[in-house]
Design a protein around this ligand. Sequence first.
Ligand code: ZN
Length: 299
Amino acid sequence: MTGQLTCLACGSADSAGLFNAKDHMVSKSEYLIRRCNACGMGWTANPPAEPESGAYYVSEDYISHTDRKQSLPDKLYHLARSFMLRRKQRMVTLATGKNNGNLVDIGSGTGYFAAFMKKKGWQVTAIEISETARKYSENQFGLKAISPEEINHLPSGSADCITFWHVLEHLYDPAEWFNNVARVLKDDGKCILALPNFSSSDALWFGKWWAALDVPRHLWHFTPEALRLFAGRNGFTCERIASLPLDLFYISILSYRNKGIPMPLLRGVMTGMFLGIRSGFRKQRSSSLVYILSKNKLT
Ligand SMILES: [Zn+2]
């Protein structure tokens, strides 16, 4: 996908460079963000080749693969996590209409969500690329965590729900993953995706400083419209959209911290309030969105 010029979401070849964004976490390098002129989908135009991409996750800062509680933003993140676990569980129940069943969590990280759902009575398979994170989730929670290639061993039509919590934007071939999802999911199963919203009020406010760009780890910068188009082209229909309200504050704080602005916590919270109120907390402008997808019926 290096130098990709056609849009993943709509297939249009009409795109333009938008700005350069910096990797604040690992390499400190800059990466061009391109945007589709037809649908608004964004992508990181010159990311590392896939075999080298693992090196960009080697950082103390990469919070979803670590479990430290040092800086104030990290502490808030951990506090927010328990709130979010319950919210995610409710989303799964609401989407599937079930209180238990087979769940596959893709990009499970250290396994907190998978473990929470297992405790709530779900049969959970965790899929995670990092061996360290897989070992952690096995040792800490007794989870069954498998590598991404092993999804091929999961039986067809076996899952009630497949979740990607802030994961699809990291994957080099999202369409191939949607093929896998279509195969493993039951016909009435649901796929739940959480993604940063490239057309959110905070994305527009912070521009190239928007922390959820997270280049070059984030390869794709979806808008609600782009996700609908992408899902449609890959056999799925978007049934429902929900917002993740806390992400606005977390991303605003991180954006100010990356920018080197004093008192990022205070400013982040204030800006979050301002942006939230200004957009009337409308879903379309929400910092992160959760999409509930169902398989297209074969006609
Ligand atoms: Zn497009």
